[in-house]
Design a protein around this ligand. Sequence first.
Ligand code: NAD
Length: 275
Amino acid sequence: MIAVLGAGVMGTGIAALAVGHGQAVTLVDPDPAKRAAAEGAVRRHLRGGRLMGALPRTGPSGELVCTGDLADVAGAATVIEAVTELPELKAKVLAEVSALVAPGTLLLTNTSAIPVDELAGSAARPEDVAGAHFMNPPYLIRMVEVIRGPRTSDAAMAAVGDLLAALDREQVTVGDGPGFVINRILQRTINEAARIVPPDDVDALFRGCLGHRTGPLATADLIGLDNVADSLRVLHERTGDAGYAPCELLLEKVRAGQFGRKTGQGFYDHGGEPS
Ligand SMILES: NC(=O)c1ccc[n+]([C@@H]2O[C@H](COP(=O)([O-])OP(=O)(O)OC[C@H]3O[C@@H](n4cnc5c(N)ncnc54)[C@H](O)[C@@H]3O)[C@@H](O)[C@H]2O)c1
């Protein structure tokens, strides 16, 4: 069984990826509203992934169990942590879960920006911790940015390879550090783009001139502006680089509850409905 911690945008997406590949998943979230919505979200992701040919159309799905009780993951073969991008929260969750599971159980964090070694320091066995930065949505995007921390063991890295092979993902393994590779670049680009709005112009230039499929501000709406602001704070605090300090427009949108697709409004109007 794969334990997925956090039933938000990424947790439900990762759960769908695993269930769609026949793996049993226990999805943990303390928020009853998130748990109530999780099964429907995973089902929608599964249907969409199969329609697009991104998930196997034949073969059995894995069983999905949603729970608020972390103790239910004690027998997990792998743990994937996808809770809110708050360093203290992630450290607490990793400390708790590492005390529950057997030594040698792979503990993966899907953090966007917190150095893996910083999080590994809160786990009972730092050598079992690695980073697997799945992109959104995880069942559509095959590439995973894998992060090996300085204390991650060879056995943990081998287990990451086995897991990603079972989920039909590709990986590029990078070294540790704030934001790793993708978010060191992407989050700063989003922050810069948000200073330049209107979003239509910025994204149209990225699409038309650079061949990007969406553009940084449409990407920010897909990620979730709350998560972008949290990730920028992590990067700013750990690099001291003022370019990562979340810009005022982004903070205003987060204060107004305009998180992007997940609330129906962000840099773009998504019809006022979560999507
Ligand atoms: N959104 C993206 O595009 C994206 C992409 C890659 C990585 N990430 C990373 O994935 C992680 C999750 O991001 P998200 O976008 O899914 O956020 P989200 O806000 O949609 O979901 C986070 C979930 O964590 C839950 N949570 C809080 N405390 C918990 C606990 N103690 N145990 C279990 N669950 C708990 C919350 O209730 C919430 O449902 C973050 O670290 C984020 O940086 C996000």
